[in-house]
Design a protein around this ligand. Structure first.
Ligand code: FA5
Length: 369
């Protein structure tokens, strides 16, 4: 800054020289007009309006002038700064308007375009059927019971009267867990849930237990290594085979309709005595046992019937093992394959369709969540 200017002549202070002030203004206006973007304009503002700009320096010179000269110099510099400020504000408004217009075009949303629709998930038909079956029994006052898929050998076999050397233990080909003496298996049936329930609850007991089970079966039209069962167990005073038939009939009617053709035949399960098997008429040959060419039906092996599930009166030995007095209480149980129930209910042609995970299969059953 210059020293006190006692012999005042504003022209002699070069920064305040009207020509220089004018030149600074012209230079600023040219730069402002040439700023092509808001970023450019920011740089121009710093150069021509900032602390080190020529006009800011001129403004500072005013402070050193004698009071009588300050007004005139102040007016000149003030007007110059005002012009620059206005020009910057005007250019700023122009550039902002251009930017907004560009954004509106670039980010335009066509609300008439069809939306990208994501398919909503839905429950698998196996899950739907097993829930519907369980619901039917809950509607009759039964409770839902659950057990683990990784089960102790004792609960899956021994407690159900299938001792280590029992030949029936081979009836259900089992996935054992490493090491073999771990005593753990992937449960082969939902029947261990019977035992768990009887050990936990006092009679009367009415439970329904849906769940996943595992067997070393090959995948074919009526078998899969991972499938689902639903098990019903009733323990009360005075229950007989008549109650079992009644419950089975109710189950089949609710699930498959009045016209369903099923049959029961004597069978054997170590944990029920006496035992029965329920079959339904083959979905492929409709009970004839052969296909259109006369060859043996591959779905039912020529018998015309497909096994749906087993049942029977709970073996006295099993009741006793669970601490229930068989002279006071009796009970019945039955267990069905859900995949087979789905075949019967919806005419599904083979197990492959159910396990392949093709969404077109599931969609036929609706998208119930
Ligand atoms: C049992 O598993 C007994 N726990 C059923 C039972 C419960 C009997 C209560 C008495 C009292 P079974 O091994 O038969 O029984 O199997 C029952 C049903 O599971 C079969 O009838 C069949 O519908 C289904 N099933 C068996 N193996 C397979 C498989 N590999 N794939 C699909 N479904 C199967």
């Amino acid at each position: 800054m210059s020293g006190p200017n006692t012999n005042y002549d504003p022209v002699e202070v070069s920064a305040l020289d009207p020509a220089n002030v004018d030149a600074a203004v012209q230079e600023a206006l040219t730069a402002i007009a040439g700023a092509g973007s808001l970023d450019d304009l920011k740089a121009v503002r710093i150069a021509h309006q900032g602390e080190k700009s020529p006009l800011a320096l001129a403004n500072r010179e005013i402070g050193a002038l004698p009071p009588s000269a300050k007004a005139e110099a102040g007016k000149r510099v003030g007007q110059a700064r005002g012009r620059v400020g206005q020009a910057i504000a005007a250019r700023q408004a122009e550039l902002e308007a251009e930017r907004d217009e560009r954004i509106l075009v670039e980010e335009r949303v066509d609300v008439t375009l069809p939306a990208v629709r994501r398919a909503a998930g839905a429950r698998h038909p196996i899950e739907l059927v097993s829930q519907r079956l369980a619901d039917a029994f809950v509607g009759m006052g039964w409770e839902v019971a659950e057990g683990p898929e990784l089960e102790s050998e004792w609960l899956n076999f021994d407690a159900l009267n299938l001792g280590p050397d029992h030949p029936a233990r081979q009836m259900q080909d089992t996935f054992f867990l490493d090491p073999v003496d771990s005593g753990l298996v992937l449960r082969t049936q939902t029947s261990p849930v019977q035992i768990r329930t009887m050990l936990e609850k006092e009679p009367p007991i009415y439970v329904v237990a849906p769940g996943k089970v595992f067997r070393t079966d090959d995948l074919d039209a009526t078998h899969t290594p991972v499938f689902h069962q639903i098990e019903c167990l009733a323990i009360d005073k005075g229950l007989t085979m008549a109650h079992l038939r009644g419950a089975l009939d109710a189950f089949v009617r609710i699930m498959f309709g009045e016209e369903t053709r099923t049959r029961v035949r004597a069978s054997y399960f170590p944990f029920t005595e006496p035992s029965m098997e329920t079959d339904f008429v083959c979905f492929a040959c409709h009970g004839t046992g052969h296909d259109e060419s006369g060859a043996q039906c591959r779905s039912c092996g020529g018998s015309g019937w497909i096994e749906l599930g087993g049942s029977g009166m709970v073996n006295r030995k099993v009741l006793r093992a669970c601490g229930i007095d068989p002279d006071v209480y009796s009970g019945f149980a039955f267990g069905l394959g859900i995949e087979r129930a789905l075949m019967l209910r919806h005419g599904v042609q083979g197990m492959h369709e159910m396990v392949e995970g093709d969404i077109r299969f599931s969609q036929q059953f609706g998208m119930e969540v």
